[in-house]
Design a protein around this ligand. Structure first.
Ligand SMILES: NC(=O)c1ccc[n+]([C@@H]2O[C@H](COP(=O)([O-])OP(=O)(O)OC[C@H]3O[C@@H](n4cnc5c(N)ncnc54)[C@H](O)[C@@H]3O)[C@@H](O)[C@H]2O)c1
Length: 359
């Protein structure tokens, strides 16, 4: 097992590896009452993990909600809080979020507001949640006007990234997480991830347990480092984690979520690198690097036939909550990753063309 520490006050650990869920015992042992939030389907798929949790707390209250992004709502938060209350959860008790980012964000937000805040432990079960969503205390739900618009910072007591659960993860969900892995590999502190992908790319797809543990631990370590430096996104450091995400969000939205998040991030990474190249921030070697990396992860580099054109994408990108009206990108450069506002239209057109977007 890998054990990383998120150096906040108080600090907490991220434990990565097969069997990490057994580390729940010291984390929840001291609480009077514990509620485990998950999806009904996941409870079945992950029955060995649920059995381990029951072995640790046979009195745990199991609370369910439906899977899917459309369940990340205030209605679900109310359902969870009412189930906590009916199950006798009090201030000073604890919630365990068992699932992907949807469970983590929703149960995390419910824990942040129930009794004005109860303890939460994350047991992330997707690659995306293990390397990203479960670490850093961001919780949120969606409203019709926008994604993640209602939320809170609520740091967990601990994160248990049990990589044995990834064996049952659907391929599409694996690809979602690999987009984030590619992002970490391209960050200045991501050399270890890039090296792992280069050496063991194919074994990641084959769900090789040892390789997955190394990859998840390396990525989680980067996220933990960034979070510790800028826990509430006040210093502009956490926004570096949005590398590739400006175009990615627009592609996701305009494709009606036909394209998986990770595929959109992959295309967004090529776009950001091309944009940086066109602005003379990076040399052609950066373009080679991103191509090689994405091909090792078997992720797309260009938009599929029928994808939205430049105008439609720009419309969505301008509405991006980080953009404040203009266009904002996180781009590589000589001084690492930086925020770049409103680059010239010519450079944007070049980057669109490079990923196959109609201009
Ligand atoms: N809080 C943050 O910092 C942060 C960061 C990134 C993303 N997010 C959020 O995370 C969400 C996406 O999370 P996700 O990609 O994990 O999706 P998800 O939670 O919807 O999980 C994807 C699907 O996989 C299933 N699943 C999960 N684990 C499984 C397993 N081990 N075996 C089989 N099936 C499994 C789930 O039931 C679900 O149907 C989005 O809502 C996004 O906004 C939050």
């Amino acid at each position: 097992l890998h054990r990383l520490t998120v150096a906040l006050d108080p600090p907490y650990d991220v434990v990565v590896g097969p069997g990490a869920v057994a580390e729940l015992a010291p984390l929840v042992g001291g609480y009077r009452r514990v509620a485990v939030v998950t999806h009904p389907e996941l409870e079945r798929v992950l029955s060995p993990v649920v059995d381990t949790i029951r072995g640790i707390r046979d009195d745990a209250l199991l609370v369910h909600f439906d899977q899917g992004e459309s369940s990340k709502t205030l209605v679900t938060v109310e359902h969870l809080c009412r189930a906590f209350a009916a199950g006798g959860l009090l201030r000073g008790d604890a919630v365990v979020a068992l699932g992907g980012g949807v469970v983590g964000d929703t149960a995390g937000f419910a824990a942040a507001v129930y009794h004005r805040g109860v303890a939460v432990v994350h047991v992330p079960t997707t690659v995306l949640a293990q390397v990203d969503a479960a670490i850093g205390g961001k919780t949120a739900v969606n409203v019709p006007e926008g994604k993640n618009l209602v939320g809170a910072f609520h740091q967990p007591e601990g994160v248990l990234a049990d990589t044995s659960v990834l064996a049952t993860l659907p391929d599409r969900e694996l690809r979602c997480g690999l987009g984030e892995v590619a992002k970490y590999a391209l960050m200045p502190e991501g050399a270890v991830v890039a090296d792992l992908v280069e050496r063991f790319g194919g074994r990641i797809h084959a769900r090789d347990a040892a390789v997955l543990e190394e990859v998840v631990a390396a990525c989680a370590g980067i996220k933990a480092g960034v979070v510790a430096q800028d826990p509430e996104e006040r210093r502009g450091l956490r926004e570096r984690l949005n590398l590739g995400h400006t175009l990615a969000h627009a592609l996701e939205t305009t494709s009606g979520h036909e394209l998986a998040h990770g595929e959109c991030v992959a295309i967004g990474l090529v776009f950001a690198t091309e944009l940086a190249h066109s602005l003379e921030r990076v040399g052609p070697d950066a373009l080679d690097r991103v191509e090689k990396l994405l091909s090792a992860l078997d992720l797309p580099r260009r938009v599929p036939e029928g994808a939205a054109g430049a105008d439609a994408l720009l419309d969505v990108m301008r509405r991006d909550k980080k953009a404040k009206g203009g266009l904002t990108f996180v781009l590589p450069g000589r001084d690492g990753l930086e925020r770049v506002d409103d680059p010239p239209a010519r450079a944007i057109a070049h980057a669109f063309a490079a990923v196959g977007v109609r201009t």
